[in-house]
Design a protein around this ligand. Structure first.
Ligand code: SF4
Ligand code: SF4
Length: 423
């Protein structure tokens, strides 16, 4: 990547009032040169023009109301859909592969408020109910994927002519395995159904998992990434954390640059996020602030125009109290040093009073020999219980628990470091 190759628009927006979100999305797209210029290089748009399919890929992790900040807010989805239609892109579809395949995409989209907006705008449901295995010989660690059929069609991942492009409409959240989930991680929902769990079992460490995500991003390459960071999720993300205002909409063609700027806004060193480093190594994008141009919108015009530096962004807008893992290494190399690992480690735990014994965590665990099971407690109440000797700490169970009954127990040292220390 050359100097200042990746542009990230950061537009301040303090609520989901439709007018505000609409104008923030428009300003961000204008700062990046407009939709036609953004889509201009895409093969499908070159051949099909505005008949190319635009597949909107929101975050539909689980059946959660918009105010929980688990999923992309429907007003952001609406603003993006409306803008595309006004610019003449009328062949729109949407979809995601939810965390729990048993609930299905449409049911999940209903609760998240996305389906109602899609129906109103005439955006059809993409086929995320079938999957196709595709080869990816260029992959560094993943040489094949089972992708949802709509993704295969749009990207041409099976060698066919691509029918369109993906617009990744992701959510700004914390994640227990990868620290954050943003643009790069949101593409994991292109993987079909239980194959996501299989990937967790195969790529167990955060670094290995990140390299698989880098391969996936290299394969599906969304054309545009739009992050809903108006209300983000901090703490026990991506499913059980706390909503908190960051008041920003982030837009870029480069998912790594976008995630790096997300890190800057929450005072987390972008280099500590394994998806950033793995994707930069794989040529997907850059997290290096010397190569990123930040274009600020939603504020009175700056003296020097819209361009601001990472330092200026941090000083003015970073939330230093945002609850995210900031310790340098909480699992990888430290787990090789038992003593340090003990003082800086973490693990999932069940909050027994919240657990209703539904067993979703057991279903979600990707291991054949499950590391979590349902047992009766001393009052004969069914509750989930870990077998830490088997647990690979992928946090899929924590991600999907509908009762927010699984949290992460951190050592005292990890808690102190995570508080504010940007290393
Ligand atoms: S921990 Fe959560 S998912 Fe697991 S049984 Fe309890 S309530 Fe259900
Ligand atoms: S018990 Fe939870 S954290 Fe452990 S391997 Fe299973 S899903 Fe992953």
């Amino acid at each position: 990547m050359g100097t200042r190759e990746s542009k990230v628009a950061v537009v301040r927006c303090d609520s989901y009032a439709p007018d505000k979100v609409r104008s923030a999305v428009r300003e961000a797209i204008e700062l990046l040169g407009g939709l036609d210029s953004i889509f201009g290089d895409a093969k499908a748009v070159k051949t099909l023009g505005k008949n190319a399919e635009i597949l909107l890929k929101p975050n539909l992790l689980s059946r959660a109301a918009p105010e929980k900040a688990v999923t992309t807010h429907p007003e952001v989805f609406r603003a993006v859909g409306e803008l595309l239609q006004e610019e003449g892109y009328s062949n729109l579809a949407y979809g995601d592969s939810p965390g729990n395949p048993a609930f299905g995409m449409v049911k999940t989209a209903e609760v998240c408020g996305i389906k109602a907006v899609a129906d109103e705008l005439g955006i059809r449901e993409g086929d995320f109910n079938h999957g196709t295995e595709v080869e990816y010989p260029e992959g560094r660690v993943a040489k094949h994927f089972v992708l949802c059929d709509e993704v295969v069609k749009v990207t041409g991942a099976d060698g066919s002519a691509p029918a369109g492009v993906i617009v990744n409409v992701c959510k700004m959240k914390t994640h227990q395995l990868t620290r954050i989930t943003g643009a790069v991680k949101n593409t994991f929902g292109c993987v079909y159904s239980i194959n996501k769990a299989a990937s967790h079992a195969k790529f167990q460490s955060p670094e290995h998992f990140a390299r698989m995500l880098a391969d996936l991003n290299g394969l599906v390459r969304p054309c545009l990434h739009i992050m809903d960071g108006i209300v983000a999720m901090e703490g026990n993300g991506p499913g059980s954390g706390d909503p908190t205002h960051i008041n920003a909409l982030l837009v870029s063609k480069d998912p790594v640059a976008l995630d790096a700027v997300f890190c800057n806004l929450i005072y987390l060193d972008p280099e500590l996020v394994a998806t950033n480093t793995a994707c930069m190594d794989a040529g997907v994008g850059t997290w290096d602030d010397g190569e990123i141009e930040i274009l600020l919108g939603g504020v009175p015009m700056q003296r020097e125009g819209a361009v601001i530096t990472v330092d200026e962004l941090e000083v003015k807008y970073a939330d230093k109290d945002f609850n995210v893992q900031r310790s340098r290494d909480f699992r990888g190399s430290m787990s090789m040093m038992p003593l340090v690992g003990r003082f800086a480690g973490k693990k999932p735990i069940v909050i027994k009073r919240k657990c209703v014994g539904c067993g979703i965590c057991v279903e979600t665990c990707p291991l054949e020999n499950k590391a979590i099971s349902i047992r009766n407690d001393i009052y004969s109440r069914p509750v989930a219980e870990y077998d830490y000797s088997r647990c690979i700490k992928c946090y899929c169970c924590q991600e999907m628990c509908p009762e927010r009954a699984i949290t992460v127990k951190k050592s005292l040292l990890a808690k102190i470091i995570d508080r504010r220390w940007k290393v």
